[in-house]
Design a protein around this ligand. Structure first.
Ligand code: UTP
Length: 298
């Protein structure tokens, strides 16, 4: 079991402007909860106890979200809205939260480097703050990844999922040593390859387990043309050094919901809203009515 996780949430989220001008994309709601709450719930249900957020300017709402709010508690209690208190149950999640700032947004690799003191000598999880794994974050994949990390004495375990072969240029893509099914060794990674150059259609899916050796690798990465230190390049160095990098394919019912771009955000919101036990059935009727009307006019 791995008890520490790092959640990078410092990015600008430019692909979601103007929604992200003054609020973090990680706080956008997907149905009833902000993205980052799903991420934390997934971490806690997989045994994580210490969570370090790598934050930046204009991200304080994330800290506030995981803090107690005595005034809100009092208002709900005194105004006879006790039933709404259960919506704040997540405040009691059994995790310790830590925050540090990435002072300049120099890429995901640079963000992870801010976690070096927190991680110490122990392996740790990285969970991207803009990605949910599985409907309502009911995923056990991190526990599986932690087991694989120990069993295979790996330096890094990456969650991957299949993407349509024509879309590889949106993702970091892994090159499997063999078939690429279930759990397999990775011999190389390529950041956003064209479909022609892609070594597979298995994309990195926003969850990792690392040994602290990753920090030395990140320090060796040169900034790319946008000045960003790519985490993928640091993992590439692990592969080149012959260290064990292993991929775990997400099961079909644990897909990655990427909240980093509008089409995927819209789709995620609709899927979660349809699955809502209270509002889902009525929302389905509304959608069917809207779609019927759209079909009639087209
Ligand atoms: P993205 O690669 O989606 O980058 O980050 P971004 O800057 O947030 O988004 P765009 O490209 O401008 O739209 C993946 C995760 O890594 C974090 C983000 O907050 C997100 O959760 N991140 C990214 C950092 O913490 N620091 C960075 O410098 C970049």
């Amino acid at each position: 079991m791995i008890h520490s996780a790092v959640v990078p949430v410092a990015g600008y989220g430019t692909r979601l402007l103007p929604a992200t001008k003054s609020q973090p994309k990680e706080m956008l709601p997907v149905a009833r909860k902000p993205v980052v709450q799903y991420v934390v719930e997934e971490l806690v249900s997989n045994g994580v106890e210490q969570i370090l957020f790598i934050t930046g300017r204009s991200k304080t709402s994330i800290e506030n979200h995981f803090d107690d709010d005595p005034e809100l508690f009092r208002t709900l209690t005194e105004t006879d809205k006790q039933d709404l208190l259960k919506e704040l149950d997540f405040e009691a999640l059994k995790a310790n939260f830590f925050y540090t700032r990435q002072r300049q947004q120099k890429g995901l690799g640079d963000a992870i480097l801010c976690a070096e003191n927190f991680a110490g000598e122990k392996p740790f999880v990285v969970a991207l703050g803009d990605s949910i794994i599985g409907l309502n974050a009911r995923s056990r994949s991190l526990s599986r990844m932690a087991e694989v990390f120990e069993d295979r004495r790996a330096s890094c375990v990456i969650a991957v999922e299949e993407v349509p072969p024509g879309e590889t240029s949106h993702y970091g893509i892994v090159q499997p040593a063999d078939g690429g099914d279930g759990v397999f060794r990775v011999i190389n990674l390529v950041e956003k390859p064209s479909p022609k150059e892609a070594p597979s259609n298995l994309a990195i899916a926003g969850r990792y387990v690392f040994s602290p050796v990753i920090f030395d690798m990140i320090r060796r990465v040169k900034p790319d043309h946008r000045g960003e230190i790519q985490l993928t390049n640091a993992i590439q160095f692990l592969c080149e050094e012959g260290r064990r990098v292993v991929a775990v394919k997400l099961p079909r019912d644990e897909k990655r919901y990427d909240i980093g771009n509008f089409p995927s955000y819209f789709e995620s919101f609709v899927e979660f809203a349809l699955a809502d036990p209270v509002y889902g059935p009525e929302f389905r009727r509304v959608l069917e009515r809207l779609l019927g009307r759209a079909a009639a006019t087209s």
